[in-house]
Design a protein around this ligand. Structure first.
Ligand code: CP3
Length: 367
């Protein structure tokens, strides 16, 4: 990031006791008072959006991710079209696999496929952690987005810029299963059966993810979101025994870069108090738990993000409006709520309902 951009976006080190800059999104992450509830949406740049599909006509998903001008354009277009308070960089969870030596591709209709799944100690030993620099295309895209959004908006607020990475468990599950999974049998087989391999895998992932997050923060990310999308596949005992320590280390080391951390997973109702122990600034709630109940489970000393069911966006507008209100009412205007969905927008979602939802949050969420 250029010095001018850095200056415009404020300092990198957070003082948690002080009001943080002019971004209501970042302030809410730190549980500071805001003029209205900030809003952004998981998968806000995606296949439901005609502008994204137009870009996808000419580029594969990985081409978009690896071309900073295009990734930045997709990120900016989605944020501006929706009028949200934060832009999440367009990238994918699996990008760090390449410098680690794990080949993968995205197959239409199937999602990610890892051709040689990592299932033995020798394979874990062979994973590289010294080539994180190869991911610098993501930082370059963030630089462009940060520069674009450096000037404050018409309402005086500065748009937040979100960098992200996967959590060790969720990334390990893709590496070990070789793709998406229902029962996580191979992941759990390794986790239970080979403590040495599991621990080394967790350590290597954390090492790479910290370096990757550092590049993103240096480039201008205001906040890092850690996606533990499939943590809900674990019971509390296993989460504690196999995932809490490496995830906590990742959270701490990312916070040490000077940014708040949002930690999100799906189907996590039973895990929330334990996820909170990672020390994340914000816990992302999935849509299955009522927001007030989720907030109670993580405790008042933590901010929350969420948690409208993304499929509500297919409902008639009177139903949708009511559900948006319910989420805001459950948060009750307490500092530390960021409005979001409880998981990503799916293909086929009517764009006008997404835009309307953002408008309603702005209207109903004003103090
Ligand atoms: O605005 C945004 O949020 C888009 C940026 C983004 C993508 N992936 C681009 C993408 C983000 C934040 C991700 C994170 C990601 N990737 C997660 C965590 C989020 C979650 O949903 O829990 C996960 C699990 C992945 C791995 C992944 N990438 C899967 C399972 C798939 C296939 C999903 C499907 O519906 O087909 C992807 C592909 C992918 N990554 C798409 C996008 C926009 C859709 C495919 C495409 O455009 O070809």
């Amino acid at each position: 990031m250029s010095d001018a951009t850095k200056e415009a976006r404020g300092t990198a080190v957070i003082d948690r006791s002080q009001s943080h800059g002019t971004s209501r999104f970042v302030r809410a992450c730190l549980r500071q008072p805001v003029d209205r509830t900030p809003v952004w949406l998981l998968r806000q740049a995606g296949r439901y959006m005609p502008e994204y599909m137009a870009v996808r006509k000419h580029h594969s998903l990985l081409e978009i991710c690896r071309t900073p001008e295009v990734a930045a354009e997709v990120t900016i277009t989605a944020a501006e079209r929706l009028g949200v308070d934060a832009a999440i960089i367009f990238a994918d969870l699996l990008l760090p696999f390449t410098p680690m030596g794990v080949d993968f591709e995205f197959l239409a209709g199937e999602g990610p496929v890892v051709h040689t799944p990592v299932r033995t100690l020798d394979q874990v030993r062979a994973l590289r952690t010294d080539r994180v620099d190869e991911l610098s295309y993501v930082a370059k895209a963030i630089e462009r987005v940060a520069k674009h959004f450096a000037p404050p908006r018409a309402d005086g607020d500065q748009l937040g810029i979100i960098g992200f990475c996967g959590a060790p468990f969720t990334l390990a599950s893709y590496m070990i299963e070789g793709g998406s999974s229902r029962n996580y049998i191979e992941t759990k087989r390794l986790m239970y059966g080979d403590r040495t391999a599991w621990q080394l895998l967790m350590e290597k992932l954390v090492e790479v993810l910290v370096g990757y997050a550092a590049q993103q923060v240096e480039a201008g990310a205001d906040v890092i979101q850690i996606f533990d999308s499939w943590a809900g596949a674990l019971g509390v005992t296993d989460y504690r025994e196999y995932c809490l320590a490496p995830t906590t280390e990742l959270v701490r080391r990312v916070q040490a870069l000077g940014v708040p951390v949002i930690y999100f997973g799906v189907d996590t109702a039973s895990l929330l108090p334990t996820m909170r122990q990672t020390g994340a600034d914000v816990i992302g709630l999935d849509w299955r738990i009522p927001l007030a109940e989720g907030w109670k489970a993580v405790g008042e000393g933590c901010a929350v993000q969420g948690n409208l069911d993304p499929i509500t966006l297919f409902a008639p507008q009177d139903v949708l409006r009511l559900r948006v209100r319910e989420v805001l009412d459950a948060a009750g205007g307490r500092p530390g709520h960021i409005f979001n969905l409880g998981h990503g927008i799916v293909p086929g979602t009517p764009v006008e309902n997404v835009i309307q939802t953002v408008q309603w949050v702005k209207e109903f969420g004003t103090r």
